[in-house]
Every structure is written in structure tokens, then in C-alpha cells.
Design a binder for this molecule. Structure first.
Ligand code: 13P
Ligand code: SF4
Length: 316
């Protein structure tokens, strides 16, 4: 029986790299992961970039450092690979806001609407299996624009991303009333306060933020696009209204700028407790033990794969 203890901190990195080689693994990490995980990963990105990387890798094992739905997406499109994640409990408030059984009931009760279901990738495999196409914050506008003109759209589960896409496209949609518990904590007042301190700063905000915050932003975009925007911005100071892990990547890749974590009414930066469940020690253990793995019943997986592949095709 393997020990649950990871090696001392100094040896951890070496051990992770050794295990990665031994397992023929790739380490994928979301932009919200802690710095040491981002620094050891083969690829760091947003949900869309991570889905492409997961689809294209030759590695036999994918060690996914993010939250559960992201690792699940990697498994859906890679049924023959082993997908492990450091902490299986790393969930997402958006995923929880839209249980598959509730969506199924809603679609049944509203069958006459014949909804074309667009699911934000932050949802379970069950919800993906009930959807026509998946989107991420990086391609939502494109995906909605490509939806059949004659169909009613149901957008799940994020009402804020959905509202933002409606503003962008002018396309009416029925919005599921879910939200990200981290991004709704940024408020008009908390942003106004930090802007008093940095009057010349630009504000970049994730589309999961509320309308009041999006209205104040110079740019609303996915986490990956934040890096591109920051690179091209003339501002020296940028306030970042998203999860605090993003600042590590921004500061590393755009070192000449000053990034200020967007504060909420309660604290100076916003942390996703699920993203922060992953640690280097847990990453080490999941590569060592090849556990926990992501497993999905085949009928759900097969149905969930088609809308993901449709998204990847549409957003090329
Ligand atoms: P991105 O795809 O923009 O990285 O967003 C993922 C997410 O969970 C935001 O809270
Ligand atoms: Fe989910 Fe919000 Fe955490 Fe992103 S930041 S993983 S949307 S809870």
C-alpha cells in the first residue's frame, strides 16, 4: 500500500517530473491554480485552451490541475486515456447550480419550445450530454452566433456569461439562473474603491462578473484573453476582476505591468476554494498512485462528446 505522504517540499518538483516521465503524462493546469502548479505544468490556460490541449496530446495520462468538470471534459474526449486529478472534491458552484436531473425535467416540461441548448463548459457530463453545443468564455459569442436562427436558445448554467453574450450578439436566450460564487462577489462599490487608489488603471473583468461590474470594465474576456489584452494595453496598472490565481500568470508573462487583484466587499482578492484545493503534494500523489481518476458511464460520455467536438470545430 503506497504511503499517502509526499516527499519533502524540495524534492517534490523533482519527483513530480520523474513520475510524469514514468507515466508518460502531461500536466495541464488552469490559470487559477497556485503558482507552483502553474510553474511545473506543461500547459497553463483557460478552459478552451485546455480542452484543445487535452484533445491533441499523445500522452497516455493526463494530470488535470483545475476543477472536476475540466478533468471530466478531458476524459470525455479521451476515453482511452487515464485522466487523474489532484483532488476529486474540486467542484464548481456553476456546475452545482444546474444538476442534470433538473435540466432534464426543465426540457421535458418545456418540450414545446424545442430548445437548442448551449451549455457553458462549467457543467457536469450529464448536462453536456443533454446539450447541443458547449461553449467557454473564450468562444461563447461565436458559438451563439452559429446557433440555428429559427431555434429558441436555452443557455446554461451561468446567467452572467449568458447576459453578456446576449449584449454582444443581440440574440435573445433563456438563461438558467446559475452564477459563479467568486465572480459575483465583485461589486460596483468594491471596484470604485480600488479605482480611487489607482485612478489611471484599466479594469479587466471576466464575463462571469455581474452586469454592474462588466459595465465598468475596459475589457471583458476569458482568462486567456486577459494575457493578450494586458500585453497590448498602454496602461501601467491593471485591475483584474477574476480569481486571484490569474495574477501569477499575468505577472509572469507581462512583467512590465502592475496587476492589482480586484477586491470584493469582504476581502482584497477573490479565491475559488475549489481551484485552491489542489496542491503540489496532491499532484505528486495522483501521478504516483494514478488515482483519483475520472470515470464516466459510457452512454453519458458518448452523448457528451458530440457537443464538445462541435464546439472545438466551431471555434477553430
Ligand atoms: P476561463 O475559461 O475564462 O479560464 O474561465 C474558467 C472559469 O472557471 C472562470 O471562473
Ligand atoms: Fe467555478 Fe467560479 Fe471556481 Fe470558476 S471560479 S471554477 S466558475 S466556482
Amino acid at each position: 500500500m503506497p504511503s499517502t505522504l509526499a516527499p519533502p517540499a524540495n524534492d517534490l518538483r523533482e519527483e513530480i517530473l520523474r513520475l510524469k516521465k514514468k507515466r508518460n503524462a502531461i500536466i495541464l493546469a488552469h490559470n487559477y491554480q497556485i503558482g507552483p502548479i502553474q510553474d511545473i505544468a506543461d500547459y497553463v490556460g483557460d478552459s478552451l485552451g485546455l480542452a484543445y490541449k487535452a484533445r491533441d496530446t499523445d500522452a497516455q495520462v493526463i494530470a488535470f490541475c483545475g476543477v472536476h468538470f475540466m478533468a471530466e471534459t478531458a476524459k470525455i474526449i479521451n476515453p482511452d486515456k487515464t485522466v487523474v486529478l489532484p483532488d476529486k472534491e474540486a467542484g464548481c458552484s456553476l456546475e452545482q447550480a444546474c444538476p442534470g436531473s433538473k435540466l432534464e425535467a426543465f426540457l421535458r416540461e418545456n418540450a414545446e419550445k424545442d430548445y437548442y441548448v448551449i451549455a457553458y463548459i462549467n457543467c457536469s457530463a450529464h448536462v453536456k450530454a443533454l446539450s447541443d453545443v458547449i461553449c467557454t468564455s473564450g468562444n461563447a459569442k461565436k458559438i451563439v452566433e452559429a446557433a440555428p436562427a429559427e431555434r429558441n436558445i436555452l443557455f446554461v448554467p451561468d446567467q452572467n456569461l449568458g447576459a453578456w453574450v446576449m449584449e454582444q450578439t443581440g440574440r435573445p436566450m433563456h438563461l438558467w439562473q446559475g452564477s459563479c460564487y467568486v465572480h459575483v462577489e465583485f461589486t460596483r462599490d468594491s471596484i470604485a474603491k480600488i479605482r480611487e487608489e489607482y485612478p489611471d488603471a484599466e479594469l479587466i473583468a471576466h464575463p462571469e462578473c455581474t452586469y454592474a461590474v462588466r459595465m465598468l470594465a475596459d475589457e471583458v474576456c476569458s482568462t486567456e484573453k486577459m494575457v493578450h489584452y494586458a500585453r497590448g494595453s498602454k496602461a501601467r496598472n491593471l485591475i483584474v476582476a477574476t480569481e486571484t490565481g490569474m495574477l501569477h500568470r499575468l505577472q509572469k508573462e507581462v512583467p512590465d505591468k502592475n496587476f492589482i487583484p480586484g477586491p470584493t466587499d469582504h476581502c482584497n482578492c477573490a479565491e475559488c476554494r475549489y481551484m485552491k484545493m489542489n496542491t503540489l503534494a496532491k499532484l505528486h500523489n495522483c501521478l504516483r498512485d494514478l488515482s483519483p481518476t475520472v470515470e464516466i458511464p459510457e452512454d453519458i460520455r458518448a452523448r457528451a462528446e458530440a457537443p464538445i467536438l462541435r464546439m472545438l470545430e466551431l471555434s477553430k
